[in-house]
Write a protein that binds this ligand. Sequence first.
Ligand code: GN1
Ligand code: MG
Length: 361
Amino acid sequence: MELKEIVSQFALEGQVDQIKPLGTGLINDTFRVTTVEPTAPDYVLQRINHVVFTDVEMLQQNIQRVTEHIRHKLHERGENDIERKTLRLIPTRDGKLYLVDEGKYWRITRYIPRSITFEQVTPLLAYRTGKAFGEFQYLLSDLPGEPLGATIPNFHNMPFRLSQLSEAIQQDAAGRLAEVRPIVDELLSRADDMCRAEHLHDEGLLPRRITHCDTKVSNVLFDEDGGFLCVIDLDTTMPGYVLSDFGDFIRTAANTGAEDDEDPSRVGVNMEIFKEFARGYIESARPFLCQTEIDNLPYGAQLLTYMQTVRFLTDYLNGDTYYKITDPKHNLRRTVAQLALLHSIDAHMDEMNRYIKELTK
Ligand code: GN1
Ligand code: MG
Protein backbone atom coordinates (compact mmCIF):
# COMPACT_ATOMS: atom_id res chain seq x y z
CA MET A 1 0.00 0.00 0.00
CA GLU A 2 1.07 3.58 -0.63
CA LEU A 3 1.60 5.77 2.43
CA LYS A 4 -1.56 7.71 1.57
CA GLU A 5 -3.54 4.49 1.52
CA ILE A 6 -2.07 3.46 4.88
CA VAL A 7 -3.07 6.80 6.35
CA SER A 8 -6.58 6.56 4.90
CA GLN A 9 -7.23 3.51 7.13
CA PHE A 10 -6.98 5.71 10.23
CA ALA A 11 -9.73 7.92 11.68
CA LEU A 12 -8.20 11.30 10.82
CA GLU A 13 -9.87 14.68 10.65
CA GLY A 14 -9.38 16.61 7.45
CA GLN A 15 -7.98 15.73 4.07
CA VAL A 16 -4.38 14.56 3.75
CA ASP A 17 -2.10 16.99 1.94
CA GLN A 18 1.51 15.72 2.20
CA ILE A 19 3.46 12.91 3.89
CA LYS A 20 7.15 13.64 4.52
CA PRO A 21 9.95 11.96 6.53
CA LEU A 22 10.38 13.37 10.05
CA GLY A 23 13.23 13.19 12.58
CA THR A 24 16.35 11.03 12.81
CA GLY A 25 15.16 7.91 14.68
CA LEU A 26 17.15 4.74 14.09
CA ILE A 27 14.51 2.23 15.12
CA ASN A 28 11.17 3.26 13.59
CA ASP A 29 10.44 5.13 10.31
CA THR A 30 8.63 8.38 11.00
CA PHE A 31 6.61 10.71 8.75
CA ARG A 32 4.73 13.94 9.23
CA VAL A 33 1.26 13.99 7.66
CA THR A 34 -0.08 17.44 6.89
CA THR A 35 -3.74 18.16 6.23
CA VAL A 36 -5.33 20.62 3.82
CA GLU A 37 -7.73 22.39 6.21
CA PRO A 38 -6.10 24.88 8.61
CA THR A 39 -8.54 23.76 11.31
CA ALA A 40 -7.61 20.05 11.05
CA PRO A 41 -4.59 18.76 13.02
CA ASP A 42 -1.43 17.36 11.43
CA TYR A 43 -0.32 13.83 12.31
CA VAL A 44 2.76 11.66 12.83
CA LEU A 45 2.80 8.32 11.01
CA GLN A 46 5.27 5.65 12.16
CA ARG A 47 6.23 2.24 10.92
CA ILE A 48 7.02 0.27 14.08
CA ASN A 49 10.20 -1.84 13.98
CA HIS A 50 8.71 -5.18 14.96
CA VAL A 51 12.10 -6.95 14.94
CA VAL A 52 13.08 -4.85 17.98
CA PHE A 53 9.52 -4.62 19.38
CA THR A 54 8.15 -8.10 18.81
CA ASP A 55 4.86 -7.62 20.67
CA VAL A 56 3.25 -4.65 18.92
CA GLU A 57 -0.11 -5.27 20.59
CA MET A 58 1.50 -4.95 24.04
CA LEU A 59 3.51 -1.94 22.93
CA GLN A 60 0.45 -0.06 21.70
CA GLN A 61 -1.63 -1.00 24.76
CA ASN A 62 1.15 0.37 26.97
CA ILE A 63 1.26 3.66 25.07
CA GLN A 64 -2.53 3.98 25.18
CA ARG A 65 -2.63 3.43 28.95
CA VAL A 66 0.28 5.77 29.60
CA THR A 67 -1.04 8.65 27.50
CA GLU A 68 -4.65 8.28 28.73
CA HIS A 69 -3.48 8.30 32.34
CA ILE A 70 -1.33 11.38 31.84
CA ARG A 71 -4.24 13.15 30.13
CA HIS A 72 -6.53 12.24 33.01
CA LYS A 73 -4.04 13.54 35.60
CA LEU A 74 -3.54 16.80 33.73
CA HIS A 75 -7.34 17.30 33.58
CA GLU A 76 -7.67 16.63 37.30
CA ARG A 77 -5.05 19.27 37.96
CA GLY A 78 -6.92 21.82 35.86
CA GLU A 79 -4.09 22.13 33.34
CA ASN A 80 -4.80 23.96 30.08
CA ASP A 81 -3.57 23.09 26.57
CA ILE A 82 -3.61 19.37 27.43
CA GLU A 83 -3.58 18.24 23.80
CA ARG A 84 -0.02 19.59 23.54
CA LYS A 85 1.13 18.01 26.82
CA THR A 86 0.66 14.34 26.04
CA LEU A 87 0.60 12.20 22.92
CA ARG A 88 -2.70 11.01 21.47
CA LEU A 89 -2.94 7.77 19.50
CA ILE A 90 -5.35 7.89 16.56
CA PRO A 91 -7.26 4.62 16.09
CA THR A 92 -7.88 2.96 12.73
CA ARG A 93 -11.35 3.28 11.20
CA ASP A 94 -12.22 -0.08 12.74
CA GLY A 95 -11.08 1.02 16.20
CA LYS A 96 -7.61 -0.62 16.45
CA LEU A 97 -4.51 1.02 17.91
CA TYR A 98 -2.33 0.08 14.92
CA LEU A 99 -2.59 -1.24 11.39
CA VAL A 100 -0.92 -4.38 10.02
CA ASP A 101 -0.33 -4.36 6.29
CA GLU A 102 1.85 -6.88 4.42
CA GLY A 103 3.70 -7.75 7.64
CA LYS A 104 4.39 -4.10 8.45
CA TYR A 105 3.03 -2.33 11.52
CA TRP A 106 1.82 1.26 11.43
CA ARG A 107 0.53 3.77 13.97
CA ILE A 108 -0.51 7.41 14.01
CA THR A 109 -0.40 10.07 16.71
CA ARG A 110 -1.45 13.70 16.57
CA TYR A 111 1.35 16.07 15.65
CA ILE A 112 1.89 18.54 18.50
CA PRO A 113 1.75 22.01 16.94
CA ARG A 114 4.42 24.65 17.59
CA SER A 115 6.75 22.22 19.36
CA ILE A 116 10.54 22.10 19.08
CA THR A 117 13.25 19.54 19.91
CA PHE A 118 16.97 19.89 20.69
CA GLU A 119 19.89 17.51 20.12
CA GLN A 120 22.47 19.19 22.39
CA VAL A 121 22.11 20.10 26.03
CA THR A 122 22.89 23.33 27.76
CA PRO A 123 22.61 23.54 31.55
CA LEU A 124 19.21 25.24 31.16
CA LEU A 125 17.93 22.47 28.87
CA ALA A 126 19.33 19.83 31.23
CA TYR A 127 17.32 21.42 34.07
CA ARG A 128 14.14 21.49 31.99
CA THR A 129 14.67 17.95 30.75
CA GLY A 130 15.15 16.82 34.35
CA LYS A 131 11.84 18.44 35.23
CA ALA A 132 10.17 16.77 32.23
CA PHE A 133 11.30 13.23 33.04
CA GLY A 134 10.66 13.67 36.77
CA GLU A 135 7.14 14.85 35.97
CA PHE A 136 6.61 11.96 33.54
CA GLN A 137 7.51 9.41 36.21
CA TYR A 138 5.47 11.28 38.80
CA LEU A 139 2.31 11.34 36.67
CA LEU A 140 2.66 7.61 36.05
CA SER A 141 3.51 6.68 39.64
CA ASP A 142 -0.16 5.89 40.35
CA LEU A 143 -1.15 4.18 37.09
CA PRO A 144 -3.95 1.82 38.12
CA GLY A 145 -4.31 -1.82 37.07
CA GLU A 146 -1.79 -4.43 35.99
CA PRO A 147 1.88 -3.39 35.58
CA LEU A 148 2.80 -2.35 32.04
CA GLY A 149 4.25 -5.07 29.82
CA ALA A 150 8.01 -5.17 29.20
CA THR A 151 8.26 -4.21 25.53
CA ILE A 152 11.88 -5.45 25.51
CA PRO A 153 12.17 -8.09 28.24
CA ASN A 154 15.08 -7.58 30.71
CA PHE A 155 16.03 -4.35 28.91
CA HIS A 156 17.82 -2.67 31.85
CA ASN A 157 18.31 -5.80 33.96
CA MET A 158 21.96 -5.89 35.02
CA PRO A 159 22.17 -9.60 36.00
CA PHE A 160 20.68 -10.45 32.59
CA ARG A 161 23.17 -8.23 30.74
CA LEU A 162 26.00 -9.89 32.72
CA SER A 163 24.73 -13.33 31.76
CA GLN A 164 24.86 -12.24 28.12
CA LEU A 165 28.47 -11.12 28.67
CA SER A 166 29.36 -14.46 30.29
CA GLU A 167 27.89 -16.29 27.33
CA ALA A 168 29.84 -14.10 24.91
CA ILE A 169 33.05 -14.82 26.85
CA GLN A 170 32.38 -18.54 26.74
CA GLN A 171 31.65 -18.56 23.00
CA ASP A 172 34.35 -16.06 22.02
CA ALA A 173 32.62 -16.15 18.63
CA ALA A 174 34.83 -13.53 16.97
CA GLY A 175 38.11 -14.64 18.60
CA ARG A 176 38.50 -11.27 20.33
CA LEU A 177 38.60 -12.35 23.97
CA ALA A 178 42.39 -12.27 24.42
CA GLU A 179 42.52 -8.69 23.12
CA VAL A 180 39.98 -7.40 25.66
CA ARG A 181 40.88 -9.61 28.64
CA PRO A 182 41.90 -6.70 30.93
CA ILE A 183 38.56 -4.93 30.30
CA VAL A 184 36.64 -8.16 30.85
CA ASP A 185 38.45 -8.71 34.16
CA GLU A 186 37.77 -5.18 35.34
CA LEU A 187 34.08 -5.38 34.45
CA LEU A 188 33.62 -8.78 36.06
CA SER A 189 35.33 -7.60 39.24
CA ARG A 190 32.58 -4.98 39.63
CA ALA A 191 29.68 -7.27 38.73
CA ASP A 192 28.39 -7.83 42.27
CA ASP A 193 28.30 -4.15 43.15
CA MET A 194 26.54 -3.42 39.86
CA CYS A 195 23.69 -5.80 40.72
CA ARG A 196 22.86 -3.74 43.81
CA ALA A 197 19.62 -2.37 42.33
CA GLU A 198 18.22 -5.89 41.87
CA HIS A 199 19.31 -6.78 45.42
CA LEU A 200 17.69 -3.66 46.88
CA HIS A 201 14.53 -4.55 44.98
CA ASP A 202 14.56 -8.13 46.33
CA GLU A 203 14.90 -6.70 49.85
CA GLY A 204 11.81 -4.56 49.24
CA LEU A 205 13.76 -1.29 49.37
CA LEU A 206 13.77 -0.23 45.73
CA PRO A 207 10.35 -0.18 44.02
CA ARG A 208 9.70 -0.80 40.36
CA ARG A 209 8.12 2.27 38.81
CA ILE A 210 7.16 3.19 35.30
CA THR A 211 10.28 4.41 33.54
CA HIS A 212 10.91 5.81 30.08
CA CYS A 213 14.23 4.00 29.42
CA ASP A 214 15.40 6.35 26.65
CA THR A 215 15.93 9.64 28.47
CA LYS A 216 17.62 11.70 25.79
CA VAL A 217 17.04 15.43 25.46
CA SER A 218 15.73 14.82 21.93
CA ASN A 219 12.85 12.84 23.43
CA VAL A 220 11.31 15.95 24.99
CA LEU A 221 9.17 18.48 23.10
CA PHE A 222 9.55 22.11 24.12
CA ASP A 223 7.29 25.07 23.56
CA GLU A 224 8.40 28.10 21.55
CA ASP A 225 9.11 29.93 24.82
CA GLY A 226 11.44 27.09 25.92
CA GLY A 227 9.13 25.49 28.51
CA PHE A 228 8.67 21.72 28.23
CA LEU A 229 5.49 20.35 26.71
CA CYS A 230 5.63 16.62 26.46
CA VAL A 231 7.79 13.48 26.67
CA ILE A 232 7.78 11.45 23.43
CA ASP A 233 9.19 8.12 22.12
CA LEU A 234 7.29 5.95 24.59
CA ASP A 235 8.21 2.56 23.08
CA THR A 236 10.49 1.53 25.93
CA THR A 237 8.25 2.92 28.69
CA MET A 238 7.95 -0.06 31.03
CA PRO A 239 8.45 -1.16 34.63
CA GLY A 240 11.94 -0.37 35.93
CA TYR A 241 13.92 1.56 38.52
CA VAL A 242 14.04 5.36 38.47
CA LEU A 243 17.83 4.97 38.55
CA SER A 244 17.64 3.90 34.88
CA ASP A 245 16.14 7.14 33.64
CA PHE A 246 18.32 9.32 35.82
CA GLY A 247 21.47 7.37 34.97
CA ASP A 248 20.93 7.09 31.24
CA PHE A 249 20.44 10.83 30.90
CA ILE A 250 23.74 11.48 32.70
CA ARG A 251 25.44 8.84 30.52
CA THR A 252 24.18 10.33 27.27
CA ALA A 253 24.00 14.06 28.00
CA ALA A 254 26.62 14.81 30.67
CA ASN A 255 29.54 13.35 28.71
CA THR A 256 32.19 15.87 27.60
CA GLY A 257 33.14 13.49 24.76
CA ALA A 258 31.25 11.23 22.40
CA GLU A 259 29.76 7.84 23.23
CA ASP A 260 32.29 6.28 20.82
CA ASP A 261 35.06 8.85 21.24
CA GLU A 262 38.34 7.69 19.71
CA ASP A 263 40.19 9.78 22.31
CA PRO A 264 39.10 8.63 25.77
CA SER A 265 40.86 11.63 27.32
CA ARG A 266 38.05 13.81 25.94
CA VAL A 267 35.47 11.73 27.80
CA GLY A 268 34.32 12.70 31.28
CA VAL A 269 31.29 13.71 33.29
CA ASN A 270 30.16 17.33 32.97
CA MET A 271 29.16 18.20 36.52
CA GLU A 272 27.24 21.31 35.54
CA ILE A 273 24.93 19.21 33.37
CA PHE A 274 24.68 16.62 36.13
CA LYS A 275 23.71 19.24 38.70
CA GLU A 276 21.14 21.03 36.56
CA PHE A 277 19.49 17.79 35.45
CA ALA A 278 19.41 16.53 39.05
CA ARG A 279 17.90 19.80 40.28
CA GLY A 280 15.09 19.70 37.71
CA TYR A 281 14.48 15.99 38.19
CA ILE A 282 14.24 16.22 41.97
CA GLU A 283 11.94 19.25 41.83
CA SER A 284 9.30 17.26 40.02
CA ALA A 285 9.98 13.69 41.21
CA ARG A 286 10.46 14.48 44.90
CA PRO A 287 6.81 13.86 45.91
CA PHE A 288 6.94 10.15 45.08
CA LEU A 289 10.61 9.19 45.43
CA CYS A 290 11.60 7.08 48.45
CA GLN A 291 14.85 7.60 50.33
CA THR A 292 16.58 4.59 48.72
CA GLU A 293 15.83 6.00 45.29
CA ILE A 294 17.15 9.45 46.18
CA ASP A 295 20.30 8.05 47.81
CA ASN A 296 21.10 5.93 44.78
CA LEU A 297 20.67 8.46 41.96
CA PRO A 298 24.44 8.93 41.48
CA TYR A 299 24.78 5.16 41.61
CA GLY A 300 22.27 5.09 38.73
CA ALA A 301 24.75 7.09 36.61
CA GLN A 302 27.45 4.52 37.41
CA LEU A 303 25.11 1.61 36.79
CA LEU A 304 23.81 2.72 33.40
CA THR A 305 27.31 3.59 32.18
CA TYR A 306 28.62 0.23 33.37
CA MET A 307 25.64 -1.51 31.75
CA GLN A 308 26.29 0.18 28.42
CA THR A 309 29.99 -0.77 28.63
CA VAL A 310 28.96 -4.39 29.20
CA ARG A 311 26.50 -4.27 26.28
CA PHE A 312 29.07 -2.81 23.85
CA LEU A 313 31.75 -5.28 24.96
CA THR A 314 29.32 -8.18 24.63
CA ASP A 315 28.51 -7.11 21.09
CA TYR A 316 32.22 -6.79 20.28
CA LEU A 317 32.86 -10.33 21.55
CA ASN A 318 29.86 -11.64 19.61
CA GLY A 319 31.21 -10.17 16.37
CA ASP A 320 28.93 -7.10 16.18
CA THR A 321 25.47 -8.61 15.87
CA TYR A 322 23.35 -5.91 17.62
CA TYR A 323 24.61 -2.34 17.27
CA LYS A 324 25.23 -0.75 13.91
CA ILE A 325 28.99 -0.25 13.37
CA THR A 326 31.07 1.83 10.98
CA ASP A 327 34.23 -0.35 11.23
CA PRO A 328 35.31 -3.56 13.00
CA LYS A 329 36.76 -1.70 16.01
CA HIS A 330 33.67 0.45 16.58
CA ASN A 331 32.24 -1.55 19.48
CA LEU A 332 35.69 -1.69 21.08
CA ARG A 333 36.00 2.09 20.82
CA ARG A 334 32.57 2.46 22.36
CA THR A 335 33.53 0.08 25.15
CA VAL A 336 36.74 1.97 25.94
CA ALA A 337 35.01 5.37 25.82
CA GLN A 338 32.16 4.23 28.10
CA LEU A 339 34.69 2.74 30.50
CA ALA A 340 36.51 6.09 30.59
CA LEU A 341 33.20 7.79 31.37
CA LEU A 342 32.59 5.26 34.15
CA HIS A 343 35.99 6.07 35.67
CA SER A 344 35.18 9.77 35.57
CA ILE A 345 31.81 9.16 37.22
CA ASP A 346 33.60 7.04 39.87
CA ALA A 347 35.92 9.96 40.57
CA HIS A 348 32.93 12.31 41.02
CA MET A 349 30.75 10.06 43.15
CA ASP A 350 31.41 11.94 46.39
CA GLU A 351 30.64 15.27 44.78
CA MET A 352 27.45 13.89 43.21
CA ASN A 353 26.30 12.35 46.47
CA ARG A 354 26.97 15.56 48.38
CA TYR A 355 25.02 17.57 45.81
CA ILE A 356 21.97 15.26 45.95
CA LYS A 357 22.03 15.40 49.77
CA GLU A 358 22.21 19.17 49.68
CA LEU A 359 19.27 19.34 47.26
CA THR A 360 17.06 17.07 49.33
CA LYS A 361 17.87 18.04 52.91
C1 GN1 B 1 20.20 2.07 21.45
O1 GN1 B 1 19.27 3.51 19.00
P1 GN1 B 1 19.22 4.29 20.27
O2 GN1 B 1 20.37 5.24 20.43
O3 GN1 B 1 17.87 4.94 20.58
C2 GN1 B 1 19.71 1.14 22.55
C3 GN1 B 1 19.90 1.82 23.91
C4 GN1 B 1 21.37 2.11 24.09
C5 GN1 B 1 21.86 2.99 22.93
C6 GN1 B 1 23.36 3.17 23.01
C7 GN1 B 1 16.47 -0.61 21.87
O4 GN1 B 1 19.40 3.23 21.49
O5 GN1 B 1 19.47 0.96 24.94
O6 GN1 B 1 21.56 2.77 25.29
O7 GN1 B 1 21.56 2.38 21.66
N1 GN1 B 1 18.30 0.84 22.33
C8 GN1 B 1 17.90 -0.42 22.21
O8 GN1 B 1 23.71 4.22 22.20
O9 GN1 B 1 18.66 -1.38 22.38
MG1 MG C 1 14.73 5.49 21.07
